[in-house]
Design a protein around this ligand. Structure first.
Ligand SMILES: CC(C)(COP(=O)(O)OP(=O)(O)OC[C@H]1O[C@@H](n2cnc3c(N)ncnc32)[C@H](O)[C@@H]1OP(=O)(O)O)[C@@H](O)C(=O)NCCC(=O)NCCS
Length: 147
């Protein structure tokens, strides 16, 4: 599926388990941190829940972008969005997010959020360009379970 001129040959499809090694490599190459739950076993659980929100951008059979979307019944969430460094600024990230937004809206989501480290200016600029509001007054809290 061509989504815009700069990504004419790219298509977006749902992630399959066989994509795991390539996707994990891409996450690492693009600077994302692989966290507990991102190992193969965790990804299997994720695919049982909302496989239609876990998307891949590929060109000529090569994965160039990935996004792990989520729907909690109230909000949509964007996780682990990454585009191969040499292929950035081609509209691939935009195409992935636009497709994810469409799918979330169909499920009934009224709003979609992403959590971004403050140092990740590139990603902040990206989301601003796509019309996302930046909340600098928010702090994320988190806790590991089962420890
Ligand atoms: C963030 C990321 C996914 C963007 O993907 P991308 O395919 O390069 O983005 P696009 O080409 O669709 O960019 C759309 C617009 O976002 C903005 N943008 C994207 N990258 C930018 C950058 N490095 N600096 C400033 N603005 C940027 C621009 O306005 C761009 O439009 P333009 O190219 O016409 O100027 C990519 O930079 C990436 O993989 N970063 C590393 C991983 C990461 O930080 N992920 C996000 C975790 S929250």
């Amino acid at each position: 599926m061509a989504t815009q001129d700069r990504s004419l040959w790219m298509r977006i499809r749902e992630f399959k388990l066989k994509d795991y090694d390539e996707a994990a490599k891409l996450w690492k190459e693009s600077g994302l941190i692989i966290r507990p739950g991102d190992e193969l076993e965790g990804i299997k659980l994720k695919l049982e829940r909302d496989p239609d929100l876990f998307l891949i951008a590929e060109e000529g059979g090569i994965i160039l972008g990935v996004v792990m979307g989520a729907w909690d019944g109230r909000r949509g969430w964007i996780n682990h969005l990454a585009v191969t460094p040499s292929q950035q600024r081609r509209g691939i990230g935009t195409a992935l997010i636009r497709e994810l937004e469409k799918r979330l809206a169909r499920k009934g989501a009224k709003k979609v959020n992403a959590q971004i480290y403050q140092w990740n200016q590139k990603s902040i600029e990206f989301f601003k360009a796509l019309g996302y509001e930046v909340h600098t007054d928010l702090i994320m809290v988190g806790k590991m379970l089962g420890e």
